[in-house]
Ligand binder design. Sequence first.
Ligand code: NAD
Length: 427
Amino acid sequence: MYSTSYVDDIRQIKEENPFESMMSRFDRAAHLLALDPDLYAVLRVPNRELKVYIPTRMDSGRIQVFEGYRVQHNFARGPAKGGIRYSPDVSLDEVRALAAWMTWKCAVVNVPFGGAKGGIICDPQVMSNGELERMTRRYAAELLDFIGPEKDVPAPDMNTNEQTMAWIMDTYSMHARHTVTAVVTGKPIDLGGSSGRREATGRGILFVINEAIKRFKMTPAETRVVVQGSGNVGGIGAELLHQAGYKVVAISDIHGGIYNPHGIDIPDALRYLRTTRSFEDYEGVEFVNNQELLELDCDVLVPAATENQITSQNADKLKCKVLAEGANGPTTASADEILHNKGVFVIPDILANAGGVTVSYFEWVQDRMGYFWREDVVNERLQDKMVASFNDLCRYADSHSVDTRTAAYMLAIDRVAYDTRMRGFYA
Ligand code: NAD
């Protein structure tokens, strides 16, 4: 049976672990849904976990054996979907939790995928391109029976990119004896990638913020936004918000941030960052550290850097009306209650940053049709999906009298549970 004491659970969990935060939210949502214990037992665990040992010929001529994983959490709604990360810190536990996270994220935006995640314990910083290619191809070969357009569709994640996806696609295709572009997403555009994929997560954030500010009867021009992070999500998100007329008053990278209450010229600041690799000495702004940045006076806060930024220690100091979670797990479960009591409107990560997986879904669809859409078509379809998902979530939260975080998990679990029940247990 699942726990009924959510509050006690979140007091006991270590705030540092975003995955335990996620699982405690799952338990709370399952409890509120009065989820059938059989469904609970099935959904809380993955469908399948693969551990593979990957012999790789290093440049020295010797073989090194790497350990890799692929966890497929759920297939009830379609093929499993999720990234592959390369890092010395990857563990099966982490990959298992991230796979479940993908199931809920795909369900909340209603794309017909389940969740998966993969990883290899390695340090890509000290590996040559050739070593990375040989390791990736052998990993893909080990997964041949388990991945595929109808089974499980990997994508890039930490320290992997479109080149990694091209190697996996090629390895899979060599064994299939024909080109199978739909086996991975996040590929180079020339090899079956989708227009708009690079900007999709930031663009998705813009679309949900557009909807959220309507609840406060605000217009973009009068909305002050603070963005933590200036990478794929934060940098592109800030640029698109700026273009849409929002007043982005602060932005940061790992070393710290810049603040100007009258607004920052984001394209110029990002050009400066690309050239000098730091915001240091950028003119006409005040410098803040990443902690101070989160507590700045603003209307919308977009944590788009890393996990565990908003905790029980600082949640009370946030001044935003809307928290749009660009990163995965930027808020701990213990901070949820504080934010709720303060009346902060949270757009939870599994919705706010789901623009990426949504356009990955579009990439898979385009690959299977062999027909590619113009970028404006991709963006328009992304907007439809994000706006509809935002409205579904708000309706669900209102009708169940729960906060948006809880609603996101309840909605996702409800969808997956319904489909599982309709298919019936093959048990
Ligand atoms: P990125 O590597 O492109 O950028 C990360 C940014 O955060 C950089 O500006 C970096 O300097 C900054 N940063 C890193 N560590 C920091 C720290 N400890 N404190 C403050 N700033 C820090 O990564 P990204 O692709 O933009 O991803 C950011 C987050 O969004 C991650 O949580 C990722 O899992 C999540 N996410 C990304 C996508 C995507 O499509 N890229 C999709 C969904 C979720």
